[in-house]
Design a protein. Structure first.
Length: 105
């Protein structure tokens, strides 16, 4: 089965926020690598591609078997995507955060 992956408005905002954070960090660094923000965004998108085939393989969050998290490796940390499996063929990304953030925004 192939699932359709959709982004909530909050998840879209999270992607922009995460990209902007990495970009600003690299701009302020003496050895800044301006390719890192693009590579981070691509790592997130590639990781979310896993959900098209195996969303139930991710760890559950809370009591619902349909709300789950996906850990996405990137560099020394990475990202975590909160999502919900809706119906028979849809995954909705609710939020994305960096692993070192306190919680979802």
């Amino acid at each position: 089965m192939v699932y359709t992956v959709q982004f909530s408005a909050a998840a879209d905002e999270d992607l922009e926020r995460l990209f902007d954070f990495v970009l600003q960090r690299e701009l302020e660094s003496e050895s800044g690598d301006l390719e890192i923000p693009e590579r981070a965004l691509q790592a997130i998108k590639d990781g979310l591609g896993f959900l098209k085939s195996s969303p139930f393989a991710c760890r559950k969050v809370g009591d619902s078997p349909f709300v789950r998290e996906l850990v996405i490796n990137f560099g020394s940390a990475g990202y975590v995507a909160l999502f919900e499996i809706v119906g028979d063929s849809t995954v909705i990304i609710g939020a994305i955060r960096h692993q070192r953030e306190d919680d979802y925004h």
